[in-house]
Design a protein. Structure first.
Length: 349
């Protein structure tokens, strides 16, 4: 009978620079390529790997590596994409967790199944999308989520979780939570099913998209047009990680009470803010950072992107420590001026 090790693809002393979108230097002592639920169970059954701490790595687009990880790195490479079911009100589409997120968006449009176009060009993999509850231009992953499959990293048991079990929040899910019931570091997502609504209606109540509608005179854009607009908007604002290392938006947009919002507007009338259904307000973190004068500033090889202050970039040979130092200085500056504590989006290792 074959041992678990003989059925796994394992790499040792593997550079992670090309496996994280920031392009930060780090080396994995052991990296295991995960292409199925069975591979996860083989890792858990392995006499050495099974008892070691684990670090799940998807596209590396939400990660700041400050050192060589001591954990066994599980690189998720579960592939596949297909239509599960056609319902009266939706198409249910399944993707392997290792599939490119943007590739998945483009593929659904090519098949004639719209609904993800506002989430185009977000870096990373499908498996990372529910972990972060990615969102952009008026839609969050939670709005299009059906269910996912994951493997428990302790028991090896496969489970299926619906939206309620995933406990989605703003850039948050049960997979990022460490308290009671949280699954941070405890599960590996292998497949994700999305619910694409029928009939389709464009989600266009977002300032940048409204501007495009006004500029073009197209007040009823189809899904492909929205996709093209979102790609153009993102490319104009955000750097391509393949050309300039970054992890996308580095900080969450803070949510404050109406009273806090009024107080800040009293001092800074140009504050960019958005009302929420519960009476609170979401503030534009990029505006807060810009107002503190951080655009273009740098620490070593880490810098604030000149076109969008919400994005930190690797100007060349940056270290994770430099990124972290810059981020903390920004946090202190924003807190000192506005009394707002910015919370980073990426996971720091």
């Amino acid at each position: 009978m074959s041992s678990p090790a003989t059925l796994l693809e394992i790499s040792h002393g593997c550079s992670l620079r090309a496996l994280n979108s920031f392009g930060l230097p780090a080396t994995a002592g052991t990296l295991v390529h995960i292409r199925s639920d069975a591979d996860v169970r083989r890792v858990l059954d392995h006499p050495a790997l099974g008892i070691a701490p684990k670090l799940v790595l998807g596209g590396g687009s939400n990660l700041v590596l400050t050192r060589d990880p001591q954990a066994v790195v599980l690189q998720v490479e579960v592939m596949g994409r297909h239509l599960v079911e056609t319902r009266d009100d939706a198409w249910i589409v399944e993707f392997g967790a290792g599939e490119s997120w943007h590739g998945a968006v483009a593929w659904t449009l090519d098949q004639g199944w719209p609904g993800l176009e506002n989430l185009a060009l977000i870096p990373g993999t499908v498996g990372g999308a529910p972990v972060q509850n990615i969102g952009a231009y008026g839609i969050e992953l939670a709005d299009r989520f059906e269910s996912l499959d994951a493997v428990d990293l302790v028991t090896g048991r496969s489970v299926t979780l619906n939206a309620r079990a995933c406990a989605f929040g703003y850039r948050d899910s049960v997979f990022k939570q460490t308290g009671f019931g949280g699954l941070a570091g405890k599960s590996l997502v292998t497949r994700v099913r999305l619910r694409l609504p029928r009939p389709w209606q464009p989600v266009r109540a977002y300032l940048d998209i409204e501007r495009r509608m006004a500029e073009t005179g197209n007040l009823a854009p189809d899904a492909r047009t929205v996709f093209d607009w979102v790609c153009a908007i993102r490319r104009a604002k955000l750097p391509d990680p393949a050309l300039l290392g970054n992890a996308g938006s580095f900080f969450k947009n803070p949510v404050v009470s109406a009273e806090q919002c009024r107080d800040i507007i009293g001092r800074d009338p140009h504050l960019v803010h958005y009302p929420l259904a519960d009476g609170r307000f979401k503030l534009a973190a990029g505006w807060l950072i810009d107002a503190c004068g951080w655009r273009g500033k740098r620490v070593g090889g880490a810098a604030v992107y000149e076109r969008q202050a919400l994005v930190l970039v690797n100007q060349g040979n940056a270290t994770g420590a430099e990124v972290l130092t810059l981020a903390r200085a920004i946090q202190e500056s924003v807190y000192g001026r506005f009394g707002i504590r910015l919370e980073p989006e990426p996971v720091v290792v």
